[in-house]
Ligand binder design. Sequence first.
Ligand code: NAI
Length: 333
Amino acid sequence: MMKKITLFEGDGIGPEITDAVLKILDELHLPLEFEKYDLGLTAFEKTGTLIPEDAIESLKRNQVALKGPCTTPIGHGFRSVNVQLRLLFDLYANIRPAQTLPNVKTRYENVDLVVFRENTEDLYIGEETVISVDEVHAIKKITRQASKRIIRAAFDYAVAQNRKRVTCVHKANILKKSDGLFLSVFEEIAKEYPQIASDSLIVDACCMNLVMHPERYDILVMPNLYGDIVSDLCSGLIGGLGVLPSCNRNDEIAMFEAVHGSAPDIAGQNLANPTALLMSACMMLDYLGYHSEADRVRHAVLDVLSHQELCTKDLGGQATCSQFAQSIIEHLK
Ligand code: NAI
């Protein structure tokens, strides 16, 4: 039976990288049908709405989406479409696996960690109050319920994927009540998983350790803001933003997207690296049960990455986005 998937191309480089990914997926001849909807600035320019109602209905119906990046104005303007979508669908777990790609030249050879970022609260609830022109307060919200479900998701993943350790990343030395609650929930839940080792680390020390010894980490679970920052750091460990995939999910709906943004500096020039979105699509194939097809694509990506001249500019090559996609198609076995 044909499985329908909601597709958001997004803004900036979004249309270029989604086009590349769809061409590659097409070669797999799977019973997948993509329902395309505008989202973000692109949707706003056409319809006056950032998240059109028909796009929402489509995701409710299909329960799986592949999403390109959406632009958010800095310091003014509308609230992030990404944050709005995650809240609208209560996609509480943002899962970002950072794994060394053997043929991508980086400072490290053996990174294999997964960041579990809480996706619905913390400073991202957007409650900022202007006290005066010289003072603004922002609310950091941490609840037991949201902490429980993301921490449990991290431990369940560790069990399912045969991982060894879950580390809680926090700043409970300073934020004793909010991050203190997150840490205490972690310590409670860790007891339910005696087969998985657990420990905790202050976020600043975590950043230093990740740069010094990323191979020591396995699963990292943390509140929203730290997850946003630490996962970008992790992308740097494996070759940059162009290669880090992610999944935003709850227990029914899953939305797969690259970690990077809309890259306005290179948009429309056919320069973007589609690997992160392609690896996100592979996570989606795994989620849908198409494991061997996901592996086929991953092997082709690794093959292509071993030829520097076939890589995109961000990885030191000369290929355009569409040439890179064509090389992957030619390397599918
Ligand atoms: P960005 O991730 O778009 O770009 C940062 C740098 O990485 C740029 O130099 C860009 O050219 C490069 N880069 C990113 N993705 C690349 C790719 N696939 N291939 C080659 N190079 C790539 O971050 P930036 O510039 O801070 O944000 C731009 C816009 O994207 C903002 O409006 C921001 O809010 C939004 N954004 C959206 C996200 C999403 O939709 N999930 C996530 C992060 C940012």
